[in-house]
Design a protein around this ligand. Structure first.
Ligand code: HMG
Ligand code: MG
Length: 284
């Protein structure tokens, strides 16, 4: 029995910041190999503006051309109704909306305030509900923000609670710039869990200071069972200067299996995929 869930965000969060456009065929091969290695949730792309994030401009082709493995979901990011409608037209069956705990990051990332972003998500949730599409919610900058500095745990709790209220089935808590430590992450989780029960929470940690695995371990002890990661530790956010990659999927699998969890993921296969995709995008 799989008692933990890993949401592989490599094809989206891992690649969105790559300067050189990665061929669509390489992205599709990556997604296919990740599914074959046992990952069951693979964030495939984002329906954002190609002017903002050129790397994700092939989003419709990605979703239309996906060779869908049985039992695998392929969520895509949608910042507004326009993106959601395009995702739906391409055949997406799960989406994610993304808010922030800081006003500064919200403005830089999606060009609106936190409250405006929630207002944009409500019609997505309404339509998604009527067509049976699940919606995940992200909160970015849950510990620190590149523009606003340290973030108060209660600000994270407020946004997480709003996302849950409007119907997101799960809230992924993003340490976008990877400044969290187990102590600050636990303070944040304590506040959030007052408003949103842990079974609805996921940890999305970037590894700027090498703390992501420690933060996952602390979050696991706190009760979280869903973690986002990117194969090979790829990643970074174009609107969070200095943020490095996501925690590496292979490290998360190693940690969780070592804790006695069954991830259902083939570690050797993931390591091979990591080496292959890093070579393909010219990463050391
Ligand atoms: P905007 O410029 O404010 O949008 O951008 P607008 O509504 O004023 O429209 C301007 C133009 O964009 C129009 O086109 C629209 O049609 C078009 P024009 O008339 O100029 O030709 N447009 C779109 N095109 C494609 N797809 C759309 C879309 N919406 C409008 N969905 C917008 C607002 C949200 C679109 C923009 O700011 C954007 O695309 N931002 C994306 C930023 C992004 O992708 N960031 C990275 C993902 S978040 C992240 O990495 C963090 C996370 O991993 C968690 C963590 O680590 O913490 C999730
Ligand atoms: Mg991220």
């Amino acid at each position: 029995m799989t008692d933990v869930r890993i949401v592989e965000v490599g094809p989206r969060d891992g690649l969105q910041n790559e300067k050189q456009i990665v061929p669509t065929a390489t992205k599709l091969a990556l997604i296919g190999r990740l599914a074959a290695a046992g990952l069951r949730d693979i964030e495939a792309t984002s329906f954002v503006s190609p002017k903002w994030v050129p790397q994700m401009a092939d989003h419709a082709d990605i979703v239309k051309s996906l060779h869908k493995h049985a039992g695998v979901t392929y969520p895509v990011l949608t910042p507004n109704l326009k993106g959601f409608e395009a995702a739906l037209a391409a055949g997406a069956s799960e989406v994610a909306v993304f808010a922030a705990a800081s006003e500064g990051f919200s403005r830089k990332n999606i060009n609106c305030s936190i409250a405006e972003s929630i207002d944009r998500f409500i019609p997505i949730l309404e339509v998604a509900g009527s067509v049976g599409v699940k919606v995940r919610g992200y909160v970015s900058c849950v510990v620190g923000c590149p523009y606003d500095g340290t973030i108060e745990p209660k600000d994270v709790a407020n946004v997480a609670a709003r996302l849950r209220e409007i119907g997101c089935y799960e809230i992924s808590l993003g340490d976008t710039i990877g400044v969290g430590t187990p102590a600050s992450v636990l303070r944040m989780l304590d506040a959030v869990a007052n408003d949103v029960p842990v079974e609805y929470l996921a940890g999305h940690y970037h590894d700027t200071h090498g703390m992501a695995i420690a933060n996952i371990y602390a979050s696991y002890q706190f009760g979280l069972r869903t973690f986002d990661s990117a194969v090979g530790g790829l990643g970074g956010c174009p609107y969070a200067k200095g943020a490095t990659g996501n925690v590496a999927t292979e490290d998360v699998v190693y940690l969780l299996e070592g804790l006695g969890c069954e991830t259902g993921v083939d570690l050797a296969a993931i390591r091979e995929i990591a080496a292959w995709i890093k070579a393909a995008v010219g990463r050391p």
